[in-house]
Design a protein around this ligand. Structure first.
Ligand code: LLP
Length: 420
């Protein structure tokens, strides 16, 4: 069996621990499925990122879409991060987490008037625009509200981030940002608007990127736009290079944040701009695991199955991206490996957590961990088949706390009314 261990998730005497807490104890107390996060992982990743860029003027905005539990947002904010919010909902969560709007940036490819007004009313530090129509709309609403909108424009640098097509965002064919070829024209037009203060240029070329070169290529393009803008007297104060740093789910060869810094700082330091980052996955993915119970094992003609109590409604990534997550038992006991599909109870053949996976033999009622589930896990959970969204637990040293109770059936129908 190929399994995952780190400084944060380790086997001690054959039992899988998160920090110093036996995961079995969490499963027994909270039930399954449950997401478990390591506070120390989140903290260490943030500090490693900070440290890599300590010698340049920068700010990290945690992309809360990766894991928006209010405790997780609060933790990164307490560590010194600003927060990237992608919707009114994420803004609301960040406020509830205690984040000040001046430490937030509002992103998103299709911001509604509600979201633009919310950002202006509360004085978020930056609104990032993604089209010329949106720039005009922001200007119009700002004028109505007698405000000046702090603005950055997202440019699509047309580089191939070589990642899954669903999470690639920096190619000309993608819906994000404005074309690099139109950048001069659109920045110049935006700069003439009365209620906009043009502050920065932005990119985000994709997610789970495992090579540095696409970042270097895209950043070089942004830097040259910044320099050309300077010639026409448009002086930007920051460059936002987005998020997207890949992490190890299986055997990907990734780069370290220090290697990242070493490669991009020389390109960036051609300008005097402050550098913004928006990492999500890097800070959270390998700090989480989804704990689930084996409901049944069965052998069909063609395959062996583990039917577990977690499903695509809890962790969607395998179903929609074919994403790989290590799956391993909480108790290492049987050295014999079997090849199985790990599937959930949802009525879809697409409901699987792993296909043809070699894992150590499991029995009914055994507990398993689906690893690397700290990013884009709970936030993509759904209620399909009227399944309750799972609980979330944060481990801190040798203690654990529930940071989100398991959803109830009452909560699921609270907005419905019987009218017939
Ligand atoms: N900034 C912007 C504008 C973004 O759209 C994203 C992610 C981020 C930052 C953070 O990217 P990260 O550092 O986490 O790669 N659901 C997919 C990932 C979608 C990413 C969407 N945007 C998955 O499960 O792989």
């Amino acid at each position: 069996m190929n399994y995952f261990e780190s400084n944060y998730f380790t086997y001690k005497n054959s039992d899988l621990f998160c920090e110093n807490v036996n995961l079995e104890e969490i499963a027994q107390n909270v039930g399954t499925p449950v997401f478990v996060y390591s506070k120390k992982f989140f903290t260490d990743q943030f500090k490693a990122f900070e440290n890599a860029f300590k010698n340049i003027n920068h700010k990290i905005f945690y992309a809360s879409k990766a894991n928006y539990n209010i405790n997780v947002i609060r933790l990164f904010n307490q560590l010194g991060a600003g927060i990237d919010v992608n919707s009114a909902g994420e803004f609301y969560r960040a406020i509830k987490a205690g984040v000040l709007p001046k430490d937030m940036i509002m992103t998103g490819v299709g911001k509604t008037d509600e979201e633009i007004k919310l950002s202006l009313e509360n004085n978020v530090s930056l609104i990032k625009a993604e089209s010329i129509q949106e720039i005009h709309q922001i200007n119009l609403l700002a004028k109505e509200m007698d405000k000046i909108a702090p603005l950055a424009i997202r440019v699509n640098p047309n580089v191939d981030a070589a990642t899954h097509p669903y999470i690639s965002t920096g190619l000309a064919e993608n819906k994000f940002g404005i074309d690099e070829t139109l950048a001069m024209q659109i920045f110049t037009e935006a700069n003439k608007l009365t209620n906009i203060k043009l502050l920065g240029i932005d990119m985000h070329i994709g997610s789970q990127i495992t090579k540095i070169q696409p970042f270097v290529d895209a950043i070089s393009k942004l830097v040259s736009i910044v320099e050309k803008l300077k010639e026409v007297n448009i002086n930007l104060t920051h460059i936002d290079v987005g998020g997207g740093l890949g992490v190890k789910y299986n055997d990907e060869k990734t780069f370290t944040v220090d290697e990242f810094a070493k490669a991009i700082i020389p390109v960036l330091s051609k300008t005097k701009c402050e550098i913004f980052f928006e990492p999500g996955r890097f800070l959270t993915a390998n700090g989480g695991a989804l704990i689930s119970k084996v409901l049944y094992t069965k052998e069909n003609l063609a395959k062996n199955f583990l039917v577990v109590d977690a499903a695509m409604t809890d962790l969607l990534r395998p179903s929609i991206y074919g994403a790989y997550h290590h799956i391993q038992p909480l108790k290492l006991k049987d050295p014999k490996d079997i090849i199985v599909d790990v599937v959930g109870p949802v009525c879809e053949s697409g409901d699987f957590l792993a296909k043809n996976r070699n894992i150590s033999a499991c029995e009914k009622n055994d507990l398993i961990a689906v690893m690397s589930a700290g990013a884009y896990g709970m936030v993509m959970a759904s209620n399909y088949n009227a399944r309750r969204k799972p609980a979330e637990v944060l481990v801190d040293g040798d203690t654990f706390r529930i940071i989100r109770e398991r959803e109830t059936f009452e909560q699921q129908i609270q907005n419905e009314k019987i009218v017939i």
